[in-house]
Design a protein around this ligand. Structure first.
Ligand code: 26Y
Length: 822
């Protein structure tokens, strides 16, 4: 048996092949003649999984025996993307495996595309969590990601007549080879009911929570392997199940249907990811989801503490618990409940432990995204937590009262309870009060938090605030997504850059080397040809790979201003119509992104883009100088095809609205130039690459604020700019909607009479900047130099850098190298 174990862990090509065929037989129950690509994918996934096990076990064993601090990243979303390719890269067997399957007549890429990606997130926040756990493992930091195992991830987007349509994401349909259920570590999570006071044996007054129902949380673990290290950390996602013992009463009374209904209600908890981002919905099930995974995770930490024989008083020494936005902020009240009600600690000790454990990351400046729960709803779901929040609030406001004597308005603003009108629990205030560290996700964002959204908290506790500019993992976003660029960079610099992205600076020395530039340009050209072929295959649109690939992929939002890009396309179209022989640099506009299903304006923005494409792509007068493509179902998988093929990265949010952006970094690493506003991390990208290598336009944040304060009248911009007026008039006329002038009226009227995101104010500046882009692109060599410098100077935006800062400045966590157990 020893030999079997080592063979199943061996990275040798012959053993890989033997395991692969073995798994096809013993896991899939197929022989090669009958097997399809889905079978081969699963056989390969199991082959790779076998090779993770030894690392995973060795890691778990090392963490159990050592007293090192563990990072617990609490996030309602983990947008992981497919695991197989990433694990092959991190194990260092990608090329070997490609050869091995090729010898069997298979194409590794085809097998990789069989994997249904776990889309357990909406966008930036969920993908950031995924990049962070990759970096934590690569940096060998003990860490657990805690979240929800949604049965349905983010919906699958299709286009029907140019409108978004949603389909459920049945990602678990064919099973999930990457997870292992751990039913032995199931926990109970309580909901509803009421509380009562009692006196314990020591004559102390205590509170007992008598819940109305109990749901089980069953952990499902996925190994997260670091790059070329033995560390395999764990992503632990909770699945909700019915507590059997609870329906038995009903069952025995003959209420079979009632018992089954109870089961369904319980299992609904982890059924579906809410597809809204940046727009608070206040749904009861969502609060239940949040409490469900947070309570399960904190109970799990207490279990681990107990195994290790660490007293609960030392909780904060063992764990650094990070709140990914306010979605898990109920954890502050839950840890207090666990420590005070269940572990019988005195309040002050429990509060000290809680504050030392939690850190809070804010991801938004948009008021409509700040989570709050109506008091009656909160009371109904979490009666004990409401009492605890009242107690936290009373003590907290006492502190504020002393510091800011007589400032009643400040008290009202800082209170954990919003009492203007109907009352709400404010989750950001709870997160701030219960955390020792509060951070934003880019320099500008953190400054705006301090000056605006969290100003009162900053004035009370300036020392708690810091910035942690976001980053993304170069393993997935360069090595896996862009093998051509990876080969070129590694031939030029060696492979050190993959773990130390600052080394990309070494490319600067090659900018003046014409041969290097030619190779660089060829990589981009080949990537563009691949994407063009993909688009033609899937959408039937022919694409010129020598045109500028001008790309905007991200969630659809008014503040992200995809419709500003749409206005620019129409302006170019109008130039062609006015002057058919105009010498225009050919462009392919590529859009992708999902709209929240209930967000009418975002869905109308998608329709506008597809409607423009329907006209421009077929008008013979355009002569292929413009193409507009909306790629359906933007996802991690599709992103991996798109970023490597982009020339121009559109980062055009209204200044002061995008907390950071992370797509901007993925484009930059892959050698795209950015056209962007001075918003989020764009500012830091420009600082790194230099203003001469960045296309900047638009109002700055102070200018946006000033214009808003002075009474912005978008109509004046419409009247003043001929180009803008013609564009708006053409949409309003029904030209893009087969004469139906009413279709885009809500969008047009919103721009003319409100324009809350200042599109019209930024239009002229955007178009002028785009003209500059077109003229620079004509000098291919100049463009390539700029592209190389963009990649060369992207080192700052590795999530490894971000995570090292969190470790040093917030978590106090250190790397623990893992020795393989044999
Ligand atoms: C409350 C609920 C409706 C909600 C659900 C998801 C609210 C917000 C979200 C997601 C927010 C999000 O993805 N924010 C993005 O986080 C990125 C990572 O920090 C930033 O780069 C990006 O600017 C920000 O919009």
């Amino acid at each position: 048996t020893d030999r079997r174990v080592s063979e199943r862990a061996s990275l040798d090509k012959r053993d890989l092949r033997r395991s692969f065929l073995d798994n096809l037989l013993y896991v899939q129950g197929k022989f090669p003649k009958l097997a399809n690509n889905a079978d081969y994918y699963l056989a390969l996934a199991h082959t790779v999984r076998d090779r993770l096990m030894q690392r995973w076990i060795s890691t778990a064993s090392a963490y159990t025996s050592q007293a090192s601090r563990t990072v617990c990243y609490l996030s309602a979303e983990f947008l992981m993307g497919p695991h197989l390719g990433n694990n092959l890269i991190n194990l260092g067997i990608y090329d070997e495996t490609a050869k091995m399957v090729a010898e069997l007549g298979l194409d590794l890429e085809d097998l990789l595309y069989q994997e249904e990606e776990p889309g357990l997130g909406n966008g930036g926040l969920g993908r950031l969590a995924a990049c962070f756990i990759d970096s934590l493992a690569t940096l060998e930091v003990p860490a657990l990601g805690y979240g929800i195992r949604y049965e349905y991830g983010i919906f699958h987007q299709t286009l029907v007549d140019g409108w978004q349509a949603e389909k459920t994401d049945k990602w678990l349909r064919y099973g999930n080879p990457w997870e292992i259920a751990r039913p032995e570590w199931t926990v109970e999570i309580r909901f509803g009911g009421h509380t009562e006071q009692y006196v314990d044996e020591q004559q102390r007054l205590r509170v007992r929570w008598l819940p109305a129902r109990v749901v089980l949380g069953v952990p499902h673990d996925t190994p997260i392997l670091g790059y070329h290290v033995n560390t395999a950390n764990t992503l632990r996602l909770w699945k909700a199940e019915a507590a059997e013992s609870f329906d038995f009463g009903q069952f025995n009374r003959g209420d079979y249907a009632g018992a089954v209904t109870q089961k369904i209600v319980s299992e609904n908890l982890s059924k579906v990811l809410y597809p809204n981002d940046e727009q608070e919905a206040g749904k009861e099930l969502r609060l239940q989801q949040q409490y469900f995974f947070v309570s399960a995770s904190l109970q799990d930490m207490l279990r681990i503490l107990k195994i290790q024989g660490v007293p609960v008083e030392n909780f904060h020494e063992k764990f650094a618990v990070q709140l990914n936005d306010t979605h898990p902020a109920i954890g502050v009240a839950e840890l207090m409940r666990l420590l005070v009600d269940e572990h019988l600690l005195v309040w002050d000790t429990a509060w000290d432990i809680t504050c030392k454990s939690f850190g809070y990351t804010n991801h938004t400046l948009m008021p409509e995204a700040l989570e709050r729960w109506s008091l009656p709803l909160f009371q109904r779901v979490l009666p004990r937590h409401l009492e605890i929040i009242y107690e936290i609030n009373a003590r907290f406001l006492d502190q504020v009262r002393l510091r800011f004597f007589g400032d009643e308005q400040r008290l009202a603003r800082m209170s954990l309870i919003d009492e203007h009108g109907p009352r709400y629990v404010r989750m950001a205030n709870l997160a701030c009060a219960g955390s020792h560290a509060i951070n934003g996700v880019a320099d500008l964002h953190t400054e705006l938090l301090k000056q605006d959204v969290l100003k009162d908290f900053y004035e009370l506790w300036p020392e708690k605030f810091s910035n942690k500019t976001n980053g993304v993992t170069p393993r997935r976003w360069i090595v896996l997504a862009n093998p051509r660029l990876t080969a070129l960079i590694s031939e030029t610099l060696g492979e050190g850059w993959i773990k130390d992205l600052g080394q990309l600076r070494g490319l600067e020395r090659h900018v003046e080397n014409a041969d290097f530039r030619a190779r660089w340009a060829k990589v981009k050209r080949d990537n563009k040809a691949d994407l063009a072929a993909h688009i033609t295959r899937r959408l039937g649109i022919s694409i010129n790979p020598d045109s500028i690939f001008d790309v905007q992929v991200k969630r659809i939002h008014e503040y992200k201003r995809q419709h500003l890009a749409a206005l620019h396309i129409i302006a170019l179209y109008l130039r062609i119509k006015a002057n058919p022989n105009i010498d225009l640099t050919p462009r392919t506009f590529i859009f992708g992104g999902k709209a929240a299903p209930g967000y009418f304006m975002a869905k109308l923005m998608i329709k506008l883009i597809t409607a423009i494409g329907d006209v421009v792509n077929v008008d013979p007068a355009v002569r292929d100088r413009l193409k507009v493509v909306f790629m359906p179902n933007f996802s991690v998988t599709n992103g991996q095809r798109i970023y490597p093929a982009a020339d121009l990265s559109e980062q055009i949010s209204t200044a002061g609205k995008e907390a950071s952006g992370t797509g901007n970094m993925k484009f930059q690493m892959n050698g795209a130039l950015t056209i962007g506003t001075m918003d989020g991390a764009n500012i830091e990208i420009q600082q790194e690459v230099g203003a001469e290598n960045f296309f900047q336009f638009g109002l700055s944040t102070p200018e946006v604020y000033a214009l808003g304060a002075s009474g912005y009248r978008p109509m004046e911009y419409y009247q003043r700019s001929d180009a803008l007026r013609e564009v708006i008039d053409l949409i309003a006329s029904g030209f893009f909607s087969r004469g139906d002038a009413s279709l885009f009226k809500p969008l047009v009227d919103n721009l003319l009479y409100h324009d809350p995101y200042f599109l019209l104010a930024d239009f002229d500046s955007y178009v002028a900047c785009q003209d500059e882009v077109a003229s620079v692109y004509r000098d291919a060599d100049r463009w390539t130099r700029m592209a190389i410098l963009n990649s060369a100077r992207s080192g700052k935006f590795s999530s490894d850098r971000t995570i090292l800062q969190y470790c040093d400045e917030i978590w106090g966590a250190k790397s623990v190298p893992i020795r393989l157990l044999t």
